[in-house]
Design a protein around this ligand. Structure first.
Ligand SMILES: C[S@@+](CC[C@H](N)C(=O)[O-])C[C@H]1O[C@@H](n2cnc3c(N)ncnc32)[C@H](O)[C@@H]1O
Length: 394
């Protein structure tokens, strides 16, 4: 990754950036879709707009013409506005880029992209581009203009101060999803170098004192803990995944970057994981075990310990740890904990009489469905009413 902000976009998009953009794009789409459905069902809320804010927007395009996050967001928002049945009839897109050259390129690229859409759509797609540091804008006021939305923070390395972001978002992100990209390797390198300004930058990024950093330094565990727990007080779930790096357009199977989603929606979290699974599957060997190895699977122990757990609690349990690209790519027994994979494991254990499922009958399949993956009668569906499905010790 090039440290000079303009140089980054003057090169073709790297393979790992493509993975980041796929995850970002699928998550933003589902966030808008879910918000649209919730807004439709909730008549008492201000539901006429959705806001997307990109705090580190970049220039919008790479040398190979592939799109950066702002242009991806333009496409998603414009496609949403095409359908008259959708609830949001206005979408605000706010792009902030502090580098002057990148901000100028972004204005040009967004202008060209918008030309693809008709006047009706353009009237309802409100785009604003800021060309100073995001900290100079009243983000809280901007975001409070819409109940629903999405915040993307995608710095190169330590330009982000997580505590500043948390203070900014505390009172304006209740129904908004937050996605943060973090360059773990740069942090680890800066820490190893240990210059005063390196240490200060890491402390500011993570929002901890120098003393705490020195006493706690157990990279990557400390880093992961601090990052994952940062927004715990404002969002129900934090789901973190590792992304590898590409060198000369070849991916190296290592955990180099991290992407963390903070959301209060199981559906949004699940789509993030499904997209991650889709990306990772392309790099795994095809010999996947159909069912997990019972000895490596923590679920049975967990149920034994608690006697009974809701599917919601099980879902929470599986999202505790960061998902390692390196481990999942190399171990065919490991699976991304999507709702489908979790219910597959539960059904498999239930069919082997190792646990019991207690739920309303509408949550069970009545007939086998071999075409969609070996489903047997009385298998549980990957439903989203997770609190009402209980898994019991047998
Ligand atoms: C990794 S790039 C963003 C890439 C973009 N999100 C994408 O997916 O195409 C980070 C960008 O953030 C900009 N930047 C750095 N600090 C910033 C700040 N405090 N406020 C706004 N932009 C900033 C840099 O100039 C750089 O263009």
């Amino acid at each position: 990754m090039d440290k000079r902000p303009e140089a980054h976009f003057k090169k073709p998009r790297m393979e790992h950036t493509k993975i980041k953009h796929h995850l970002f794009s699928e998550t933003l789409k589902v966030s808008l879709y879910i918000a649209n459905n919730m807004a439709r069902n909730n008549k008492y809320m201000n539901f006429d707009s959705y806001a997307y804010i990109d705090l580190f927007a970049g220039s919008g395009k790479f040398k190979d013409d592939s799109k950066g996050s702002p242009l991806i967001a333009v496409d998603i928002a414009a496609n949403h506005l095409k359908y008259k049945g959708n609830v949001f009839n206005k979408i605000d897109l706010i792009f902030i880029e502090k580098d002057k050259q990148n901000a100028d390129d972004l204005k040009k690229n967004v202008g060209l992209e918008l030309k693809k859409y008709n006047l009706e759509i353009l009237k309802n797609l409100r785009v604003q581009i800021g060309d100073e540091s995001w900290e100079k804008y009243d983000i809280e006021k901007i975001l409070n203009g819409s109940t629903w939305g999405f915040i993307f923070a995608d710095p190169f390395s330590t330009e982000l101060k997580l505590d500043n972001l948390k203070t900014t978002l505390k009172n304006c992100s209740k129904y908004k999803d937050i996605l943060i990209f973090a360059n773990f390797n740069t942090l680890a390198r800066q820490y190893a170098r240990g210059h005063n300004n390196d240490i200060q930058r890491i402390c500011e990024f993570l929002g901890i004192s120098e003393n705490k950093l020195q006493e706690n330094i157990d990279f990557p565990e400390t880093f992961i803990e601090l990052l994952k727990n940062k927004f715990k007080s404002i969002k129900d779930f934090s789901i973190g995944v590792a992304i590898p790096i590409s060198v000369e357009q070849k991916l190296r199977a290592m955990d180099y970057f991290y992407l963390v989603l903070f959301t209060s929606s199981v559906m949004v979290g699940n789509m993030f994981l499904e997209s991650y699974e889709k990306e990772i599957e392309q790099y795994r060997s095809k010999e996947k075990s159909l069912f997990c190895n019972q000895d490596d699977e923590p679920l049975l122990g967990l149920i034994k310990e608690n006697k009974e757990l809701s599917l919601y609690k099980i879902w929470e349990y599986y999202q505790q740890n960061f998902l390692s690209w390196k481990k999942i790519v190399n171990d065919s027994n490991l699976r991304v904990p999507t709702l489908k994979n979790i219910t597959d494991i539960i059904n498999n254990f239930k069919n082997n009489c190792l646990l019991e499922i207690v739920a309303d009958e509408k949550y069970f399949y009545k007939k086998s469905k071999n075409k969609i993956g070996n489903i047997k009668p009385n298998d549980i569906r990957s439903m989203h009413d997770l609190k009402s499905i209980k898994i019991k010790n047998k």
